[in-house]
Design a protein around this ligand. Structure first.
Ligand code: HEC
Ligand code: HEC
Ligand code: HEC
Ligand code: HEC
Ligand code: HEC
Length: 319
């Protein structure tokens, strides 16, 4: 009896850390905004260009990151979404997708949950418009129509993880404790008035500086809450279970934004600073002469001993 009680307490204390962290400045759940009915409307709602007027440096950093082209990708992502439709959705007997006309927001969420979470604020027409735009872009490339390809690429890039996705939409994780993001507020580390015309207030979002914030999209494994769980990025899973569990104490933001000095240009192996931070490589070599046999005589041989230590906060590569 007594032991069970003690375990109950310990269990409860562990859970409480996650749940009762209330210091955020969110508010009550707002009315959901009217659904965007076109790509242009959705892009406009989350447009980051105005933020550049006053946050120029941050904007320039962000613009170089893959967050600024989270549907286009490197540009590997957009074509892979089409592959997921052709080789996945259309072949699954119970997905309800036989042609592009059957695609809904829910179908694309197996990717856009992380690549474009704001798609939940759009109608199914927008989901179909995205697919048609990617197909048009691929076709324009095949036809050698560079102007058209470029124009459609811009449309695809207008859909991204912009400032207000992080600083509003996904800024709160424990919403019952910290509140829901409010439509007139940018969330960061300060409270007060904000000079922007649309977001006239700034307030604190406690999770923003924590790894769990990035973990929302950087994945732990299959997304069991979806009708058809998908798995893409798993960096947050390996961060929790292979890095923190072995005493690692730095956050994603400390490595990717501060130490790297890249700020909002969060990068990986494509960037020199990140390559420097990635591995300790130790190479030892030894040369010697070896008497092989009578015919060949003495031959030179080399012994090379390579050891690599992963200094990042997770498995590499990922995604
Ligand atoms: C007219 C100028 C202006 C515009 C436009 C503007 N901001 Fe700001 N913003 C500021 C100023 C000034 C501060 C306060 C900076 C300080 O004192 O550190 C601020 C603060 C912030 C903060 C809080 C920073 C912190 O340290 O907590 C965030 C987040 C932010 N802005 C995001 C945005 C986003 C996103 C947009 C575009 C939707 C935007 N801002 C548009 C001027 C502007
Ligand atoms: C759990 C969130 C999540 C889901 C769901 C998800 N992705 Fe990703 N994906 C990411 C993140 C984060 C990255 C980048 C980080 C990395 O490489 O680990 C990424 C990287 C990628 C890349 C490589 C990026 C590039 O620019 O080369 C492709 C391609 C990709 N995803 C396609 C998809 C497709 C298609 C789907 C749906 C079938 C999907 N993803 C579902 C989070 C997700
Ligand atoms: C992928 C998520 C993400 C995106 C996209 C993003 N931010 Fe941030 N931003 C953060 C995080 C995380 C921090 C806090 C870093 C910390 O506390 O360690 C931050 C901090 C800030 C700050 C305050 C600290 C500073 O560096 O001055 C401002 C202002 C800001 N962001 C503005 C912007 C603007 C403007 C954009 C769009 C151009 C933008 N952010 C896009 C995640 C994001
Ligand atoms: C709203 C979802 C979301 C959030 C929040 C988010 N990311 Fe990402 N991140 C992505 C997606 C999606 C990609 C890949 C885009 C692509 O290439 O298709 C990505 C790409 C990256 C990359 C580049 C990966 C590569 O292959 O080069 C890094 C690094 C990264 N994110 C770090 C972070 C960090 C650190 C945070 C937290 C401060 C964060 N992200 C928050 C979704 C997110
Ligand atoms: C101790 C520092 C450190 C921490 C903590 C850390 N990272 Fe990294 N991360 C790196 C370095 C260095 C690289 C570059 C190595 C590479 O990409 O091969 C990297 C690479 C990545 C990549 C690209 C992986 C790939 O395919 O190569 C993603 C995505 C990423 N980090 C996201 C995150 C997220 C999300 C967190 C927090 C959950 C995090 N990182 C925590 C240092 C760190």
């Amino acid at each position: 009896m007594k032991r069970a009680f003690v375990f109950g307490l310990i269990g409860f204390a562990g859970c409480a850390l996650l749940a009762f962290n209330a210091s955020g400045a969110g508010g009550p759940k707002p009315e959901p905004p009217a659904k965007a009915t076109t790509i242009a409307e959705l892009a406009e709602r989350f447009d980051s260009s105005r933020c550049a007027d006053c946050h120029e440096e941050i904007y320039d950093e962000w613009e170089n990151s893959l967050h600024a082209r989270s549907i286009l990708g490197s540009p590997r992502t957009a074509p892979t979404i089409i592959t997921a439709i052709e080789k996945g959705l259309k072949l699954f007997p119970y997905s309800g997708v036989k042609s592009d006309d059957d695609i809904t927001v829910e179908h694309l969420m197996i990717c856009t949950k992380c690549h474009l979470p704001q798609l939940d604020e759009a109608t199914d027409d927008v989901a179909r418009e995205i697919v048609a735009t990617i197909r048009g872009w691929q076709q324009a490339y095949r036809d050698g129509d560079d102007d058209k390809a470029e124009e459609l690429e811009e449309t695809i890039e207008s859909l991204n993880i912009g400032c207000m996705v992080c600083h509003n939409k996904v800024a709160f994780i424990h919403k019952w404790a910290d509140g829901y993001p409010q439509p007139d507020t940018v969330y960061g580390g300060q409270e007060g008035d904000h000079e922007d015309e649309e977001y006239a207030l700034m307030a604190e979002a406690p999770a923003l500086g924590e790894s769990i914030f990035c973990g929302q999209c950087h994945g732990q494994g299959p997304n069991f809450e979806l009708e058809h769980p998908s798995q893409c990025a798993t960096a947050y899973g390996s961060y929790l279970f292979a890095y923190v569990a072995h005493g690692g104490s730095e956050s994603c933001q400390e490595c990717h934004m501060e130490k790297s000095e890249l700020g909002h240009n969060m990068q990986s192996y494509r960037d020199e600073a990140m390559i420097e931070m990635a591995l300790d490589v130790k190479v030892e070599s030894q040369s010697l002469f070896w008497r092989k046999n009578k015919a060949d005589g003495v031959v030179p041989i080399g012994v090379i001993d390579v050891s690599m230590y992963n200094k990042t906060g997770h498995a590499i590569p990922d995604g």
